[in-house]
Structures are given as C-alpha cells and as structure tokens.
Design a protein around this ligand. Structure first.
Ligand SMILES: Nc1ncnc2c1ncn2[C@@H]1O[C@H](COP(=O)(O)OP(=O)(O)OP(=O)(O)O)[C@@H](O)[C@H]1O
Length: 259
C-alpha cells in the first residue's frame, strides 16, 4: 500500500453511476483524507446523495472503483475485509430514527444488529453515546416524536457513532436547524473529529458549516468534482458553477476562513 492510499479514508476513481439513460456521476474521482472533514456541495439533483449512497453500497455503480481505508469495495476482495473497512456511521437527512423505538433503542439498534453483548453493556454504551453528542441519559427514554429538531440530529448522530466508526457520513446535518442550533451541531462535529479522529464526509448546503468546520470542500457539477480544496481556494475557483454558488447573492455574507 503506498503512502497516498494509507492517508486516504475513501478513494473514488472514475466512478460512473446512472439510472436508465440518465448519467448522474460521470467518471467522478475523489479522495477523502483520513481525519478530515470534507464538505460536498453541488446543485440540487446534482448527485450528492447518489455519490454518498454509492460509496456506502446502496446504489450500484456502472464502472469505477471505490476504496475505503485502502480496501476495494464491491470487488473480488474478501467480504470480511470489506465489512471491516466499511464500518461507518451514517446520518441521513431528517435523522431517519425509528419512530416506534425510544432514542436509546435507536442508538442500540446497530449494536444489536452487529454485536453480541449483554443488555447492561448495551445500556452503558447507549448512554455514553448520548452524552457524547450532548444529550442526557433521560433523553434516551423519549420517542423521536418527543424530540426537537436539534435533539433529533444529535440522537441520529449518537446512533451513527454506536459502532465506533472511523468514517461518518452526514447528509445535510444542519438542514432545518436554526442558526444557533446549527452552529452548536457544527461545533459538536468538529469536537468529535478532533477527539475521536473521525473522518467526516458531509453533504451540505450550509455555507457557515462549509466555512467553519470543513477542512476541505469539494464541488460536484456535471457529474464530476470540479473543484476541491480549503474554502479559500474554492472562493477563488474560476469554474462557472462554483463561482455562481459562492459568489451569488445568498453567499455575500460569507467570509473566507483565515488560514
Ligand atoms: N433511485 C433512483 N432512481 C432513479 N433516479 C434517481 C435515484 N436516486 C437519485 N436519482 C436521480 O439522480 C439525480 C441526483 O439525485 P441526488 O438525490 O443525488 O441529488 P442531490 O445532489 O443529493 O440533490 P439535493 O441537494 O436536492 O438533495 C436526480 O436527477 C435524481 O432524480
């Protein structure tokens, strides 16, 4: 394994994904470095969710390769190795908690599915994960319908962290939150990245998140990554879509992050 592979948490090469005659991702290549927070931006319907879902194996690819922690996925590689490499946590849009389960049971769901452990240990782990994301142990007994939007995102993040993943996928984690809650959630993600050494792949439209928590930002347009780098580099990009995105009216309050 060369140095580049070791430093890459996810390496996507020449990925083609489509539905019928529609090609959504067209020979897309992208490296996500270990331990970084990478933000992915792109037009609505441009293929951000499709990219994330293809990486985690929910959508088949037509061609191209995907490596996670240096292990090729979906190829001839041994299944157990792939599963180990693919131990990731996912926070889907809207949290996607099971409404008939309590928060604690939601957090314990991946543990039940993947590991054999005593109820007492599962309780201990669930409470530790809830506290890690800023919820109280008592919140664990609530049902999803009894949570605020911010609490729902935190509960979903606790579930994503249940199996101690090396990589976390976040699909628009701050959508629907007020700016203060969104800022708190961003700070939480940054803290978890630093303390747990997480690699974070984050689809977001939130310019403040891109500017404050992302180490690098990748822009998806025309089925490809057309720009990637720290936010200040994206702001300098000459690509027409990237310019329109970051220099449009709604972006005028955006200030580049000091280096
Ligand atoms: N399962 C599917 N079957 C057919 N077409 C699909 C499927 N999933 C996604 N698409 C199409 O792929 C394209 C990209 O969709 P995707 O959800 O990835 O966009 P997105 O960039 O995440 O958009 P948004 O920012 O609005 O969430 C769209 O044209 C969508 O209709």
């Amino acid at each position: 394994m060369d140095d580049l592979q070791v430093s890459c948490a996810i390496r996507v090469t020449d990925l083609v994904v489509g539905f019928g005659r529609q090609v959504v991702l067209n020979e897309l290549s992208l490296d996500v470095r270990r331990g970084e927070i990478l933000g992915l931006v792109g037009a609505s319907g441009g293929g951000k969710s499709v990219l994330m879902r293809t990486i985690i194996g929910l959508i088949p690819r037509r061609s191209g390769t995907i490596e996670v922690m240096g292990v090729p996925l979906g190829g001839a590689a041994e299944r157990a190795t792939q599963e180990a490499a693919a131990r990731w946590g996912i926070l889907f849009q809207q949290g996607a908690l099971f409404s008939s389960l309590t928060v604690k049971q939601n957090v314990q769901f991946p543990l039940r599915e993947n590991l054999q452990m005593s109820p007492a240990l599962m309780d201990e782990i669930a409470i530790a994960k809830l506290e890690m994301v800023g919820l109280r142990a008592e919140d664990g007994d609530k049902f999803p319908a009894e949570l605020s939007g911010g609490m729902t995102k935190r509960a979903a993040l606790a579930r994503a962290l249940a199996l101690d993943p090396a990589i976390v996928f976040l699909d628009e984690p701050t959508s629907g939150l007020d700016p203060i809650s969104a800022g708190d959630f961003d700070a939480l993600i940054k803290t978890l990245q630093r303390t747990l050494g997480l690699t974070v792949f984050m689809v977001t439209h939130d310019l403040a998140s891109l500017n404050t928590v992302c180490d690098r930002v990748a822009a998806l347009a025309d089925g490809k990554i057309v720009a990637i780098g720290p936010m200040r580099d994206l702001l300098q990009s000459e690509h027409p879509w990237v310019r329109a995105y970051f220099h449009g009216k709604r972006s005028q309050m955006l200030q580049p992050k000091a280096s």
